[in-house]
Every structure is written in structure tokens, then in C-alpha cells.
Design a binder for this molecule. Structure first.
Ligand code: ADP
Ligand code: MG
Length: 250
């Protein structure tokens, strides 16, 4: 049985052309895809194939040259900047390769940020942020600033921040690109487990075979096109991620 959940993202004939001087780069050259609720979807391909370009379009960070992007029934390619900003705030969480934490804020304050944007009151915000930091194993680092933490710890703060407001869709561009092998699996396990627990949807960009293994839906990209697509049944959390989690209350 394949995933029969409703589509959360669908894309039709997406193209993106970058022009630098007289040179034109066809970064995406006619992409069609559907991503369903509950999927971990990996955009997989070599460097320069167009993965980040595709993720940035899906996340409403860049406009397509032509084509349609429908997310939860809404045409995000038709939105203006302020509509997009609001849509991103309520629907998306982001995990970045270089963590992108605010350097002057503590771990706790960084994780609170998305809740501040949503107008969550202070007490609830702290409680939710603390819970997430506990889930990612950083209960004893909440007052640390980014420079006082290892790369793996910073990325765990990044994950806590991405998930804290319970967004239905998580975008992650090479989230383990700066991490060692052991930390890579820890971080992937944490994200996957949370996505499965909440039946949310995650789109991950990677060039790494082992990361693509986490995908229920793997989209292989070369030269701005999809060259192969594979789907398997979405895995229940206990199969997707063997480690026992503390995610039950999250
Ligand atoms: P990937 O994430 O798979 O490594 P990208 O999506 O970043 O690939 O890039 C796809 C192609 O588009 C590359 O040839 C890259 O040089 C080009 N490209 C990406 N972003 C820009 C940009 N802002 N301006 C011009 N060319 C770009
Ligand atoms: Mg990239």
C-alpha cells in the first residue's frame, strides 16, 4: 500500500532560469512532483543539480521563472512578499546547514523565536522551548550561546527551533552537511522521529546516500530535472527510528 494521505505540495512544470550578465543557467528545467502528508521526502542529487533551488521555491524563498506551486491548496507562486512571509511563518519550519542561530541569543531564546513571531505568551513560550530542548538532549545547555556549543549541539538547537511551533512542513537543506557521522545519525533520527510522531511532512536536500535512506519518497535530481522517483510506505516511528525517544508529550 502506498501513501494515500492528501498531497501537501504539488508542483507543475517548474522552471527557474538565473541570468548573470549574458549567461543563462537553467537551474530547474520542468519539474513536476507531489509530496504527501506524513512523508519524509529527500531531494537527492549531486552538487549543482538544482536541489537547493527547488527547495527554495517550495519554501517560498525564491520565485519560479514559470510553473505552479500549490501548498495546502494555496498557490504560493502567486503570493506577494508579505503574504509569503505570513505563509512561511504559519506553515514552515527551517533547518539550515550552517545552523543560522542568532549569535547574541541563548539556546532557549533562539528556540523561542518562532513562538515570539506567533504571539505566544512568555510563560507558554518558555515551556514549549524547554520541552523541545529537552527532547533534543540540551536541557543543561539552555543558557549557552551558539559559540559556546559544538556544531552538533547548535544543530540540535536548530532542530528545536524548527519544530517548536509545530509547523506542518519542515524544510532542511543539507542539515547534516557540517556534522560528523555519529552526530549526523543522531540529528536525522531526532528529526525523523518528530516528523513521524506528528504526522507532519519533511523535505530534505542531500547529496548523501545514507541520508536519502531516511526518505519515504526519494526524488533524484540531475541538471534541473527529476530523473528518478521512488516511494515506499511511510514508516511508523518505531521502525523509522529505532532509538527510544522522549517525544511522547511533544
Ligand atoms: P544544488 O543545491 O543541487 O547543489 P543549486 O540549486 O544550488 O544546486 O544550483 C543549481 C544551479 O543553479 C547551479 O548551476 C548553480 O550554479 C545555479 N545557481 C544557483 N543559485 C544561483 C543564483 N542565485 N544565481 C545564479 N545561478 C545560480
Ligand atoms: Mg544546495
Amino acid at each position: 500500500m502506498s501513501n494515500t494521505n492528501p498531497p501537501v505540495i504539488s508542483v507543475k512544470n517548474l522552471k527557474k532560469v538565473y541570468t548573470i550578465g549574458t549567461e543563462r543557467v537553467m537551474a530547474l528545467n520542468g519539474v513536476d512532483l507531489t509530496i504527501r502528508r506524513g512523508e519524509i521526502c529527500c531531494l537527492f542529487g549531486p552538487s549543482g543539480s538544482g536541489k537547493s533551488t527547488l527547495l527554495n521555491m517550495l519554501a517560498g524563498l525564491e520565485k519560479p521563472t514559470t510553473g505552479e506551486i500549490l501548498i495546502n491548496g494555496q498557490r504560493i507562486d502567486k503570493m506577494n512578499e508579505s503574504q509569503l512571509a505570513e505563509f512561511r511563518r504559519t506553515n514552515f519550519g527551517f533547518v539550515f546547514q550552517s545552523y543560522n542561530l542568532l549569535p547574541t541569543l541563548t539556546a532557549l531564546e533562539n528556540v523561542e523565536m518562532p513562538l515570539i513571531f506567533r504571539g505566544t505568551d512568555h510563560a507558554l513560550r518558555q515551556k514549549m522551548a524547554m520541552q523541545m530542548l529537552q527532547y533534543v538532549g540540551l536541557k543543561d545547555r539552555i543558557r549557552h550561546k551558539p559559540t559556546q556549543m559544538s556544531g552538533g549541539q547548535q544543530q540540535r538547537v536548530g532542530i528545536a527551533r524548527a519544530f517548536v511551533a509545530r509547523p506542518p512542513i519542515i524544510f532542511a537543506d543539507e542539515p547534516t552537511g557540517n556534522l560528523d557521522t555519529h552526530t549526523t545519525f543522531e540529528v536525522m533520527d531526532m528529526m525523523s522521529r518528530m516528523v513521524k510522531k506528528r504526522n507532519s511532512t519533511m523535505i530534505i536536500v542531500t547529496h548523501d546516500n545514507e541520508i536519502a535512506e531516511y526518505g519515504d519518497h526519494i526524488i533524484k535530481i540531475r541538471d534541473g530535472r527529476i530523473i528518478e522517483e521512488t516511494r515506499r510506505d511511510p514508516q511508523p516511528p518505531e521502525l523509522a527510528v529505532p532509538a527510544a525517544g522522549q517525544a511522547d508529550s511533544l
